[in-house]
Design a protein around this ligand. Structure first.
Ligand code: CAA
Length: 248
C-alpha cells in the first residue's frame, strides 16, 4: 500500500466501484462514500462482496447535496483512515425528462447532487490538501455536459458547470501541488444508462463510432492515471472518454 488515501463519492455505484477497485490495484487506500438516503444496507453488502474478492474498502455515509453531512463524511473518513489526498467527485443522478415537463424537484435534485456536491465535498478537503502540499481532485462529468442531450437540460447544465469549477479551482491551487481535472465519460454500461428505454439507447449506440457502450474500467483507468504522483503537470484539463461520439 502507498500512503495515499482516496475518497470516491458514489463509490458503490457502477463507475464508482470500478474507480475504487482500480485505485486499490494501484496501492491506494480507498474510502467509498455512499448515500442511499442514509440506508447502509446496500453499502455494507457491497463492502462484503468486494472483500470476498480481496478488495478492502472503508465505507462512509454522506449526502453530497448537504454541506454539513459532507463535513461529517470527511471527518469520519479521516478519523478511520487518514487525510484525503485524492478526491473523486463521482456521485451523480439523472432525472431525465423534456424541459416542458420538468418539475422543480427534478431540476433541484440534479443540481444539488451533481453540482452543489462539488462545493459541499471539496470545501471540506481543500484546506488539508493545501497544508500538505499535495492533492488530486477528479470530477466526473459527462459527454452530455459538452454536447447537450434531449431530455437532460438539468443534467447537462450540471455537468457543463463542472468544467468551470475545475478550471477555476485548478488555477487557485496549482502552486500547492494540487491538480484538479474533469473526466467526461460517454455512455457507460451501468444501471444509470440501462434506465434509458431500449429503443432510445439503441439509437444512441448507433451514434458511437466505436460501436458499443464503455466499460466502467475504461473510465477508472484514467482516474488512476490522473491520481498518480507523476500526473502533477496535468491540471485544469478535461478527458473525454466517449468512443468518438463527440469530438471537438
Ligand atoms: N431529438 C429530437 N426529437 C426527439 C428526440 C431527439 N433526440 N428524442 C425524442 N424526440 C421527439 C419524439 O420523436 C417525440 O416527438 P412527437 O411528440 O412529435 O412524437 C417527442 O420528442 C417526445 O417528447 P416527450 O416529451 O414526450 O419525450 P418522452 O417523455 O417520450 O421522453 C426522455 C423523454 C425520457 C427524456 C427520452 O427522450 C430519453 O430517455 N432520452 C434519452 C436521455 C438520455 O440520453 N439520458 C442519458 C442517461 S445516462 C447518462 O446521463 C450518463 C451519461 O452521462 C451519458
Amino acid at each position: 500500500m502507498s500512503n495515499r488515501i482516496a475518497l470516491v463519492t458514489g463509490g458503490t455505484g457502477g463507475i464508482g466501484t470500478a474507480i475504487c477497485r482500480h485505485l486499490y490495484d494501484n496501492k491506494i487506500k480507498v474510502i467509498a462514500g455512499y448515500s442511499h438516503g442514509g440506508d447502509a444496507t446496500h453499502a455494507k453488502e457491497w463492502q462484503q462482496e468486494q472483500a470476498k474478492q480481496d478488495y478492502e474498502f472503508e465505507i462512509v455515509y454522506g449526502d453530497v447535496s448537504n454541506y454539513e453531512s459532507c463535513g461529517g463524511m470527511i471527518e469520519e473518513a479521516q478519523s478511520k483512515v487518514g487525510p484525503i489526498d485524492i478526491l473523486v467527485n463521482n456521485a451523480g443522478i439523472t432525472r431525465d425528462t423534456t424541459f416542458k415537463k420538468m418539475e422543480v424537484a427534478q431540476w433541484e435534485q440534479v443540481v444539488r447532487i451533481n453540482l452543489d456536491s462539488l462545493f459541499n465535498v471539496t470545501r471540506h478537503v481543500i484546506n488539508g490538501m493545501l497544508e500538505r502540499n499535495f492533492g488530486r481532485i477528479i470530477n466526473i462529468s459527462s459527454i452530455n455536459g459538452q454536447k447537450g442531450q434531449f431530455g437532460q437540460t438539468n443534467y447537462s447544465a450540471t455537468k457543463a458547470g463542472m468544467h468551470g469549477f475545475t478550471k477555476s479551482l485548478a488555477q487557485e491551487v496549482a502552486n500547492k501541488g494540487i491538480t484538479v481535472n474533469t473526466i467526461s465519460p460517454g455512455y457507460v454500461a451501468t444501471e444509470m444508462v440501462k434506465k434509458v428505454a431500449p429503443e432510445i439507447l439503441e439509437k444512441i449506440i448507433a451514434q458511437i463510432p466505436v460501436g458499443r457502450l464503455a466499460e466502467p474500467i475504461e473510465i477508472a483507468r484514467v482516474v488512476s492515471f490522473l491520481a498518480a504522483e507523476e500526473a502533477g503537470f496535468i491540471t485544469g484539463a478535461n478527458f473525454a472518454i466517449n468512443g468518438g461520439q463527440h469530438m471537438y
